[in-house]
Design a protein around this ligand. Structure first.
Ligand code: SF4
Length: 534
């Protein structure tokens, strides 16, 4: 449906109309390969994902490829599609997803797996790979694709900028190939996992040796509706030079690579010229480790500041607001400062390879206040291997003490304290560890709220224990969990952020004879995902 008047019946109709500023307008011809990059969440989140923008730009650079985008529609629009037996279609050209040659999903979060199936189902596309020909369904951004292996035709392991030439040739040839011929051509290529073909394991991830500026999406799409991150961003580095043992992102984007400072400055200028965005972020997993941060900030503040452009550094750490950087930081847009403490007990810190010097940390907090930060965001992790209630109490003491320290210096400071749960993610250094039981996490959560209830000025947020447990299972799972995903889709049981009901989850596992505890509570030294090498 692309009748503008009808769209007014839906929430946020602007998300369905396409034609954003800088959109690629290509004439679709018979011999072009039709590719749709898809994200299994709404437009507002999907348009905030850098990887999706890179893919869109990269495919569209190729004259033989026509590339559009698709997102999960909102509930009201989904209902309309079902009621009127219409197929879900792409944003820009309203082509039904079932008419594309290739659908490329970014599956970077396990709780989106059911949404991925929902997008296929809303498009009338058979879910299981064995039951369909075209479109070919590929995924990327996924550390362990085994859970969805019966639904996908291939998974791209690594970074698309490093895709072998033969892969792109096969994509170009798609209009003339059957799915089986296409899979025969790509199986065995570096970075390509085809579940339905015998392959030589382990399969290695491919990565770009340098970050090529010509592949960066400077033709930045500017949406007509508000999105989660409504700004432009320039990736200054990929990977992370640190070694936190629980971290999967570091392993997914290994090794650490930086863009030269001149390249970052030039990309920011180009994006500003093409979008007019006055809010531009410098992005990386750990932006303060970027060696060019000072010259880049100096140059951008002096050349773009006069036009009202604000530069922000979303992942800046408190310990970095010191020395010459602090005077620069006082001139940039401050979205809040991140202080990822994770844990306070020394043995646990050693286990996660994250030493923190308390004296230096408090000195940094003073610097942050002096630099004008008024919102400090602390991050902790509950449920690390071996963590006891005494360890949690040490954390609570630290939070109370830090709160006193900060409010004595500035009574209006905003402090938020966020708790996540440890998940032994595949490929992280702690992948052989186990999760703490759901009931233990619940008890620790209650203990946190009870211990901090007198700290009224602090905003506390604890991740859902149900969501973390399910995320743990799906991240460490295998193909046996595929039937569970189908069950959730058919029964319309919500399995997405903020919506996981643990009793429903347990009942579904029982019905499908899944022992979910085997994936997260049993210590193992070998794993199904060992067939992939990161
Ligand atoms: S947690 Fe952050 S700082 Fe630590 S390795 Fe991962 S990305 Fe780097």
């Amino acid at each position: 449906m692309k009748n503008m008047k009808d769209l007014l019946n839906f929430r946020k109709p602007g998300q369905y109309i396409g034609h954003e500023w800088n959109v690629v307008e290509k004439k679709l011809t018979q011999d072009m390969a039709k590719v749709c990059v898809c994200f299994p969440e709404g437009y507002d989140l999907g348009m905030s994902i850098l990887g999706l923008r890179i893919l869109y730009g990269l495919f569209n650079q190729d004259p033989a490829i026509f590339c559009d985008r698709a997102f999960l529609p909102q509930d009201d629009y989904q209902g309309y599609l079902r009621e009127h037996a219409q197929r879900h279609s792409s944003v820009q050209c309203a082509v039904p997803l079932s008419d594309f040659d290739l659908l490329g999903f970014t599956l970077n979060y396990e709780l989106n797996y059911v949404h991925f199936l929902k997008m296929l189902s809303l498009s009338g596309i058979p879910l299981r790979s064995a039951q369909r020909d075209k479109p070919v369904v590929g995924i990327g951004g996924c550390a362990n694709p085994l859970v969805v292996s019966d639904f996908i035709d291939f998974c791209f392991l690594g970074e698309v900028e490093a895709a072998p030439a033969e892969f792109m040739e096969a994509v170009r040839a798609l209009p003339r190939l059957s799915k089986q011929d296409f899979l025969d051509r790509i199986a065995g290529l570096p970075g390509v996992y085809v579940p339905a073909r015998a392959q030589q394991y382990p399969l290695h991830t491919v990565y770009a040796r340098t970050l090529d500026p010509s592949l960066y999406p400077v033709d930045w799409l500017v949406p007509y509706v508000g999105i989660v991150h409504d700004r432009a961003y320039v990736e200054v580095a990929r990977g992370c030079p640190r070694t936190c043992a629980f971290c999967q992102a570091r392993c997914m984007y290994y090794p650490y690579r930086e863009r030269p400072a001149e390249q970052v400055i030039s990309l920011v200028r180009k994006i500003y010229e093409k979008t007019g965005y006055e809010d531009i972020s410098l992005l990386s997993l750990s932006v303060s480790d970027y060696s060019g941060i000072e010259p880049v900030l100096k140059e951008l503040i002096s050349s773009l500041g006069k036009y009202g452009v604000k530069i922000s550094l979303p992942s800046l750490r408190a310990t970095d607001v010191a020395g010459s950087l602090s005077s620069l930081v006082s001139q940039i847009k401050k979205s809040g400062l991140t202080i990822a403490v994770e844990t306070v007990s020394e043995p646990l810190r050693q286990k996660i390879c994250k030493p923190i010097d308390h004296q230096a940390l408090y000195a940094s907090l003073e610097n942050a206040l002096a630099a004008g930060y008024r919102h400090l965001k602390f991050y902790f992790m509950l449920g690390l291997p071996g963590e006891t209630l005494e360890d949690v109490d040490l954390m609570m003491d630290f939070i109370r003490q830090t709160n006193r320290f900060l409010t004595q210096r500035n009574r209006s400071i905003e402090i938020s304290v966020n708790f996540s749960h440890f998940i032994p993610k595949p490929f992280s250094a702690l992948e052989n560890e186990t999760m703490q039981p759901y009931e233990t996490l619940k008890a620790k959560t209650a203990h946190v709220y009870q211990s901090l209830k007198a700290q009224r000025n602090i905003h506390i947020s604890v991740a859902s224990c149900a969501e973390s447990t399910v995320e743990g299972v799906l991240s460490r799972g295998d193909a046996r969990l595929g039937s569970l995903l189908e069950y959730f889709l058919i029964e319309n049981v919500p399995l997405s952020q903020q919506h996981v009901d643990f009793s429903q989850w347990e009942a579904a596992c029982n019905k499908n004879s899944i022992d979910y505890g085997a994936y997260i509570y049993e210590k193992k030294n070998a794993h199904a995902w060992d067939i992939f090498k990161r």
